[in-house]
Structures are given as C-alpha cells and as structure tokens.
Design a protein. Sequence first.
Length: 266
Amino acid sequence: MSYAAPQLPSSLHAARSPLAFDRDFLARHAGWPLLAFVFATVLLIPLRGDLWLADRLYAWEGHRWSLQQGFITQHLVHVMGKRLSTLGWYCVALLLIASGSFPRLKAWRRPLFFLLLATALSTAAVGTLKLWTDMDCPWDMARYGGSRPFIDLFTARPALLPRASCFPAGHASAGYAWVALYFFFLATRPRLRWLGLGTGLAVGLLFGFAQQLRGAHFLSHDLWTLAVCWSIALLLYAWLLVPRRAPVARSQTVLSAPGLLPRGER
C-alpha cells in the first residue's frame, strides 16, 4: 500500500503553517521534555516522591486498597477505558483502509498510518518494558499490605523474589499513546494540535490515577509510560510526516500529505 498523497490545492497550502522541524522544534519537543522527565524521575524515585504520594493514597483509603475492585476504578476506567481505547485504534485502522477507496480520504493516508503505528508501537513498547524491568506493584509490597520488600528501579532485585511486571504502567499506555494526536494534527490541522495533546494527556492521567488508587502503580510508572509514548510519536513524526525536499521545479512545491510542507518552506 502506498502512503503518498496527491498535491493539495494552493488554498490549503496557504491556510496551514505547521511548526518547522528544526533545532528550535527539537528543543521544544525533545530537549525540554527530556529535562522535565529527568527532574520528575529524580523527584519520584531517588527522592521517594512515589512513596510519599502512595502513602497518602493508601492512608486515605483506610490503609488498604479499598478501590482496587471499585466500580469506577476497576470496571469503568480499567476495563471499559481500555476497550474504548482499543475501539479508537480500530476506528483509525478502518479510516486508513477506507482511504484506499475514497478520494476524499486519500490525502490522509500517511497521517492515519502514523497515528495507527504510533499508538500500536507505544502500547507494545510499554508492554515489553514491563517484562524486562521486573518491578512490583504497590499492592505487592509489605508497606502496603503485601509481602514483598520495596525495591526501586535503580536497585538490584534479589533472585529469590518472584518476577514482577508493573513498570512502566501498561494500562496508562492505552491513554498516553494518544499523545500522538498532537503530531497527527500538527501535520494536518495545526490549530488542533493542542486539543490532540490535551486529549492524550487527559486520558492517560485518568487511566494512570485510577490505577494508582487501586494500588497497581506508582506515579513514576505513569511518567515513564508517557515518556515512551511521546518519544515514539516524535520519532515516527520525523520519519513519516516530515517530508524531505523533493526534486521539483524551483517555482513549485509538492505537498506529500495534508498540511505537510517541505522543511525549507516552513
């Protein structure tokens, strides 16, 4: 299947002005987020911000995870929320398939392919990392009614302990994966990019906080999930949605997807 899109009318060319993919773009979308991520990680893990927040949630729930099987946290947010996220992914897949038959959708092939791939790879990457990091959930720890000692990310895990798979936060990835909407709209409807980012962050925060209330994750688990999802979306944006300069006549610019401009024209 080819994801190249036809040339857009000049009126659309003039109506959109995506952010330039240059050094300033990378500073805003990679450099500053990385600094914020490192700062938050230090605050939550070595400085024990994770435990400070979990201690208070645990005490607020009566020194037990009383919301672990709650209707809102377990059934509505955890179960139904994940299903809705999966449904959204299938809707994007159907639109991508339909773009091969409907001329109106043809120019959206590449952005739709990006969105489909970014959300799928984000959740897959988080799921894979969970198997490698071998970290416990709060509800497994003796500090919170379980039986295992607290061992953070930067401490070697004793071989006698059973394996664990609670880091990063898998369920939150079903929400944070949709931060890819920021780059989707940046390439197609730049004015909506903040709405796309807000949607992904809001759903991820909802999923993540519900899991923290259930004792399934610390806040740092969600932070790392967000970092993984954002990084994958940024890399795929650079690969799929930022076109390279095409060998065309000097007086012409060929667009490769709705709202996409060659780097030198942004």
